[in-house]
Design a protein around this ligand. Sequence first.
Ligand code: MTE
Length: 302
Amino acid sequence: MARRWTNRLTENDATPEADFFNRRQIIALAAGGAGAALVGLPDAARAETLEPHPWEDITSYNNYYEFGTGKGDPAANAHLLTTEPWSVTIDGLVDKPGNYAFEDIMAAMTIEERIYRFRCVEAWSMVVPWNGFELADLLNLAGVQSRAKYVAFETALRPDEMPGTRTRVLDWPYVEGLRLDEAMHPLTLMATGIYGRDIPNQNGAPLRLVVPWKYGFKSIKSVVRITLTDKEPPTSWNKANAREYGFYSNVNPEVAHRRWSQASERVIGGGLFAKRQPTLMFNGYQEEVASLYKGMDLARFF
Ligand code: MTE
């Protein structure tokens, strides 16, 4: 069934919304009480429903180096992280800087479900049914000042709770950044749930960034600080290896990583005979985001 990418669905869209939901999503919505549904469909999936990966895949194969570098380490260790209470400092070029309690943020935001493709720079991918709110709504709550050009993000750093941070595999805390227009784009999400349930610690509880057209490492977990700035902020993987990881990190099958091709990806969950699929420009969200990069040399600004 052909289908357009739809932004925020309203009650007038009741029929297409009902059409779209497969059984698993209906269960997730019923269980989680997610609000208005929002579904982002990439170009290649326009003619088919995106099938989300099972909960087990999404929550057992992770990258969260604060809990270890193995794919199973975050699921084994992230229970050590205390996520209550939690607050996010929003500062820099905003009208209302301060420490925002997680509960107050949740009360002010509209939680939606979005099914997004997720593409790691290591050339594997999944489809994840996130619950969350648009980052733009949170930034607007804090009041972005006109001099702001970039948004910087920081993950919690708690050596007592995060065994991986006792080793300097990265320069802690984990930091990331977006250009302001990327941060304000309606596809850019702060995720607080998966399948209508609270997001598990290993996936970045209680709130993490999701930027579906960029490599997964941009999607910083367990955010404690968001800073509006006029300068391009430092980012963890770029600091670790600037030749291999750029600031933009847009998914691009034509720009290879220095050590491997990005033209295709391994779909998680396929076992030994996992099929590879071609990687799509901007992870399939070309129609929605290509205009952000008009005129830019994407091989140079990788
Ligand atoms: N955020 C923090 N704080 N620490 C990390 O190690 N890993 C990144 C990103 N966010 C990471 C992080 C990478 S490399 C990827 S691919 C995704 O988280 C993985 O998200 P997932 O475990 O939910 O699939």
